[in-house]
Design a protein around this ligand. Structure first.
Ligand SMILES: [Mg+2]
Length: 184
């Protein structure tokens, strides 16, 4: 049996270090209290640990600058930075567009801690249009890639869209506050 822990990133694992509402650059991330210890427990119990994150600010234009709030390269670096904060995370996906058409996958290479492989999932592949939560595309893709059954997964997040994505994927869900309390 393959146990898969699916985690939202912002507001679940990390918060902006500088204290603003959003992460403003890749290093502007700090772990939420209790996360490191809890994830270490899951890893010790043999869970595969993956992040599934909406990054719609890559697709949202800042009216003051006329550019998107976040560049794709920044979103990739941001995810890599987060994965370095939590080395037990072996893989991550993020959806940079508001229509859920694309998802980027970042894999921790086995035996090469801190080295990552980035694969762009193209429009038109399975789950395209469903990647952005509350749709379940990133969850379903990750489950399929590692061969995990829905009942052997747990999704943890801080928003209703995380819960809805889990429901749509048939995966049990827990809000992060409860999850951290149960594990402490
Ligand atoms: Mg969140």
């Amino acid at each position: 049996m393959i146990k898969l822990l699916l985690l939202d990133k912002d507001g679940t694992l990390i918060s902006p270090k500088a204290g603003h509402k959003f992460v403003e650059h890749p290093a502007d991330q700090k772990l939420i209290k209790g996360v490191a210890k809890t994830i270490a427990q899951y890893a010790a119990e043999g869970w595969t640990i993956a992040i599934v994150s909406n990054q719609g600010r890559c697709n949202t234009v800042n009216p003051d600058t006329g550019e998107t709030y976040k560049k794709l390269e920044e979103a990739i670096d941001e995810m890599k930075f987060c994965m370095k904060l939590i080395p037990e995370v072996s893989r991550a996906m993020f959806c940079p567009d508001m229509k859920g058409v694309q998802a980027w996958e970042i894999l921790q290479l086995p035996d090469h801690l801190g080295v990552f492989d980035c694969l762009k999932k193209r429009a038109g592949v399975q789950n395209s249009g469903l990647f952005r939560k509350p749709n379940p595309g990133m969850l379903l893709y990750t489950m399929q890639e590692i061969g995990a059954e829905a009942q052997d997964c747990l999704m943890v997040g801080d928003l209703e869209s995380d819960e809805a994505a889990a429901l749509a994927a048939g995966v049990p869900f827990m809000y992060v506050g409860k999850w951290l309390n149960l594990s402490s």
